[in-house]
Design a binder for this molecule. Sequence first.
Ligand SMILES: NC(=O)c1ccc[n+]([C@@H]2O[C@H](COP(=O)([O-])OP(=O)(O)OC[C@H]3O[C@@H](n4cnc5c(N)ncnc54)[C@H](OP(=O)(O)O)[C@@H]3O)[C@@H](O)[C@H]2O)c1
Length: 436
Amino acid sequence: MKILLTGATGYIGSAVTEHLAAAGHQVVALTRGAEPRPGRAWHAQVVGDTTDPASLAGAVGPDIEGVIHLAPPSGDADVDTAVVEALAAPLRGTGRPFVYTSGVWVLGATGGAREVGEDAPTDPIGIVGYRPLIERRVLAEAAEGVRAVVVRPAVVYGRGGGIPAILVDRARGQGVPEYYGEEGVRWPTVHVDDLAGLFVAAVERAGAGTVWHGVGEPAVPVRELARAAGRAAGVLAAPHAVPVEQAAEVFGPLFAEALALDQSVSGAAARTVLGWQPERPGAVAELTAGSYRPVEVFGAPEGAGTDAEVAAIRRLVAEVEHAQQNELVDGFLAVFRREDPVWTTGHGKRLSGFEEIAAFTRKVLPGATAGSTAVYDVERVLFLRPDVAAVNVRQQPVGPDGGRLADRPEGRPFYVLVKEDGVWRVGAAQNTVVVG
Ligand SMILES: NC(=O)c1ccc[n+]([C@@H]2O[C@H](COP(=O)([O-])OP(=O)(O)OC[C@H]3O[C@@H](n4cnc5c(N)ncnc54)[C@H](OP(=O)(O)O)[C@@H]3O)[C@@H](O)[C@H]2O)c1
């Protein structure tokens, strides 16, 4: 399909562009300026400004087979209604799709344990007070022969961006991770690449007059997101609750209200009806060991292939951390290669072969985390060969609340990893305690 995409340069629009192109569609990007943007998977570029509906006349020509409207609304109901009119009217009577981007904040505070579906009534918070009106305006186009669809994304994360990046910046700036409002606040979340997949599914096959929640995880405790954001910022401290009034001084009252909003929202319908399959790591995992904390990489070309290998290596190191923190002997041993692994501990004890490592682990791991454990961050990956990597890790001792234990030394684990049968495992490991 040839698809007009507004907001194509933005956070979500960049991912949607890539996923549309990968699915074989042609993206016609509507941009505010005419300057070319090299490197984008756009078929063509047209100029228009969504604060000036007249500038959109002609953007949806007869060759446009669908529209995805991602550019944010102006907040002026008349202007935003005129924008929908300008983009949807040329599609009337064609059955072609018009996908409008709203957001889960139109549902307001959902409260309780139940996940709220698309059939729930809207109860928008202030920052999106205008949006249900535009949603209704869009859905009314179904009666005019337009395949009108509304997608409501959750809080979007991934690719180091979105609102979670604000949590990371704040943790770095304040020296302590922050969350806003009550301790129990939960956000529905979605990975930007999973969300892009939903836009592709919606434009290809969502029925006329339908609404879809773009939700990967229905209710992530924001306190846990904040803790993970601290990790990404290199700040190991227990998260600190900031009252909404105080947050309003930093973010303004409307955004502060949104950050403190407690929601539990279901994205099940898109999975069962559209066959949408969100498969990226969850928001906490992504913040802890994903795109929010870049790793230095050597010996491999930049690109998606290397990114995927580095992500797999980080997952392996996250497994080491998880097994260590939870005293999981089998989990810890699973990270080692079976054939002749060697491990030299931080105290200089060399263990040769899987059996020796297993015996030592069974002896020392149970009970090892009483009072203290450790976090592991991959800092540097050198690909010696595509299937052999030398990995530098930073190991910091933390207490039960996740705070850094200042009186304990750090470690500098070094792993030689080998990829066999598609799986990275530790072939050799050495830890060095940092002295002084
Ligand atoms: N991010 C989230 O967590 C989230 C969650 C739910 C819903 N949403 C909604 O999803 C949509 C996209 O969000 P995003 O996070 O991708 O935003 P973003 O990164 O700020 O991108 C906004 C995009 O819209 C374009 N744009 C802005 N004003 C425009 C105008 N007057 N005319 C034409 N284009 C204009 C921008 O183009 P330029 O390059 O010219 O600036 C950019 O491509 C928004 O409607 C947002 O409310 C986002």
